[in-house]
Design a protein. Structure first.
Length: 402
């Protein structure tokens, strides 16, 4: 890593540290006890432990959602991280709620496909994504404020004087003087433009929801907060039917896992290979699903999707997905969703090695540009299938009892 890349990495690290949020996701804060923990969104003991692998005498997993610096640019990369203290963790629950809420799905308890188990896994997947969105908003506000402050402090007269000094040192070269003169004109314009854009960005971050609606701007945090309110009610009342569950169990342990919430962009269907049709694009954007992949000690892998009661867009998406008759197409579609969203995803190192030439394909797909304000022209279908037989624990030589 060269000096520029090191500087960028330090800056990103500083932004991340300053944007850290430590708060319990549970809605009744007066019931919180103990410190806010670096909690796991995926069970450490009976899920992550199944996919860890030894590399250089350290137990690690590969994360698909890390930021790395390459060619002096920040990109989403695939990196080794510690399985126990880093993978899937976030400062999202106090000690009491992290322990008490999830007892039914922790302590090596088997997944029983009950509404309670499905709800608690989905609840935690949502909590992780909600927390990340809040961090992103805070990071954006911090970054804009910091950059804006630096821009405001730019002294154009000092820059102009320095340009004149350089011009004199160049022996009054006429062509060079002309370039310096043009730069002197451009820099104030660029600075003014930058100041204007930063001011606009700060304004958008401070909009109220009424203003967002009137300006037709979209706030992920707002609609996620609305769904959180439904989860708050459901977990307090133990009304687990407030979510709808779509679960499939695949024979064989596939050593990877993920847990996140997302909004679908399109459907996967053998008969309808097209974007979800919607008369109101806002309804499409505001749909919300949770996806949790659970490797299981019973030598099985659980694929759990859930959505909110009344979220017709998400129900339509899941009905089409689970109606796929071709098992390989279903597996590829689920893999594509995981890669397309690439959030809170972890692979066993032996599985990563087995990918071989597909490693670069996977990284390219994660970093493919998908404009936030445009729907894709066709469903994204990955060239990788995480559920391919070659990636099963048996074929990889991974012992579940290790």
């Amino acid at each position: 890593m060269n000096k520029i890349e090191q500087d960028i990495s330090k800056l990103l690290s500083s932004f991340r540290n300053n944007s850290e949020i430590k708060e319990c996701f549970y809605h009744k804060k007066d019931e919180c006890k103990g410190a806010i923990k670096n909690a796991h969104s995926i069970s450490r003991g009976n899920r992550l432990e199944l996919i860890k692998g030894l590399v250089n005498n350290n137990d690690i997993v590969y994360s698909l959602s890390e930021i790395k610096i390459e060619n002096s640019k920040a990109k989403q990369g695939i990196k080794q991280i510690g399985w126990g203290k880093a993978a899937s963790t976030f400062y999202g629950f106090c000690d009491w709620h992290d322990t008490e809420l999830f007892k039914p799905i922790e302590n090596n308890n088997d997944f029983d496909n009950s509404p309670e188990h499905c709800f608690l896994h989905s609840y935690r997947s949502f909590a992780y994504s909600y927390h990340q969105i809040k961090k992103t908003y805070k990071l954006g506000e911090n970054a804009i404020s910091d950059i804006s402050k630096q821009v405001e402090e730019l002294q154009l007269n000092v820059i102009s004087d320095k340009l004149n000094d350089i011009s004199l040192k160049m022996n009054n070269s006429e062509p060079f003087k002309e370039i310096i003169s043009e730069l002197g004109k451009i820099i104030p314009d660029l600075t003014h433009q930058l100041k204007s854009e930063l001011s606009d960005s700060k304004e958008k971050l401070s909009y109220s929801q009424k203003e967002l609606d009137s300006k037709h701007l979209h706030s992920n945090l707002h609609w996620m907060s609305k769904y959180k309110e439904k989860l708050d009610y459901a977990i307090e009342k133990k009304s687990y039917e407030k979510l709808k569950y779509y679960c499939k169990t695949k024979n064989g342990l596939f050593p990877f896992t993920c847990a996140f919430a997302f909004s679908p962009d399109f459907i996967y269907s053998e008969m309808e290979n097209h974007i979800i049709s919607s008369s109101n694009q806002k309804e499409l954007i505001n749909a919300c699903l949770m996806l949790t992949i659970l490797p299981d000690k019973s030598n099985k892998t659980i694929i759990l999707f859930s959505c909110f009661e009344g979220d017709k867009q998400s129900e339509y998406f899941l009905n089409k997905l689970f109606s796929l008759q071709n098992e390989i197409e279903f597996e590829k579609a689920v893999t594509s969703i995981i890669i397309n969203k690439a959030s809170n995803v972890y692979l066993n190192p032996t599985m990563w090695d087995k990918l071989g030439v597909q490693q670069q394909i996977l990284e390219d797909e994660i970093n493919s540009e998908r404009p936030f304000d445009e729907l894709p022209k066709k469903p994204f279908m990955s060239k990788v299938n995480f559920f391919s037989g070659e990636f099963s624990a048996d074929n990889l030589g991974i012992s579940i009892n290790d």
